[in-house]
Design a protein around this ligand. Sequence first.
Ligand SMILES: NC(=O)c1ccc[n+]([C@@H]2O[C@H](COP(=O)([O-])OP(=O)(O)OC[C@H]3O[C@@H](n4cnc5c(N)ncnc54)[C@H](O)[C@@H]3O)[C@@H](O)[C@H]2O)c1
Length: 245
Amino acid sequence: MFEEQVVVITGAGQGIGAEIAKEFGQEGATVIIVDFNGENAEKVSQEIIEKNGKAGSYQGDVANYDQTQETIAKIYAEYGKIDVLVNCAGITRDASLKKMTKENWDAVIATNLTGTFNFIKAVFDKMTAAGYGRIVNFSSLAGITGNFGQTNYSASKAGVIGMTKTVAIEGAAKGVTANVVAPGFIQTPMTDAIPEEVKNKMIQGIPVKRIGLPADVAYAVKFLASKESGYITGQVIEVNGGMHI
Ligand SMILES: NC(=O)c1ccc[n+]([C@@H]2O[C@H](COP(=O)([O-])OP(=O)(O)OC[C@H]3O[C@@H](n4cnc5c(N)ncnc54)[C@H](O)[C@@H]3O)[C@@H](O)[C@H]2O)c1
């Protein structure tokens, strides 16, 4: 489905992003992974190559504007184009508002919101000039409904939705779509940190009665990133087993 396409995925060293990278690898894409953890990024890249896929990796901090522009410039120099950008890198620094520090706030906004901006900024002009592009950004259920202890995270993820809608408007006439995937409760290292009894209680509240898997999210990303989804832009697909309807 993505044969001949170059797909850049941030935060794909583990969790949902790694699953997305492997799925695109199986679909014939050239997959470029950018992650804070360079070792993990390279590991995922090697896994794709071992299965006869095409992949490469870069260590990078999405919150760093200059570094991001340099990384993307290197990718254009080596691969000639970027068809799909998936902004999956994200962090949490949870605390009730009472206990939340400015550092907690700044770190989450810098990675989740500014990081997404940095990557879009680096590819947008080239995508519009090429007349083709698919941008898929990561929000969260917390960015739609709010969530106790996540003032910073909810703000960053709601911001991603607003940003995406504007990018969609600006890219629409030039063949560039921008959409959002908003996962609910997905099994990854990010959620592994939640105590077992809390997790079980959360699962009881999910209409589908199970935790989501990275593959559930990867499928929605592939759909939005496909050529055939060119008439879908500025939308949010919630992948949450019915937690919010
Ligand atoms: N897991 C869930 O239940 C869930 C729910 C809703 C939304 N999400 C969102 O999905 C995305 C992926 O989540 P996950 O659960 O796979 O997380 P994860 O913590 O398992 O993986 C996140 C990856 O992002 C990388 N990363 C973090 N900061 C970075 C930075 N500044 N620059 C580059 N890379 C960076 C990490 O090294 C890691 O490899 C995130 O945007 C997250 O907010 C996850």
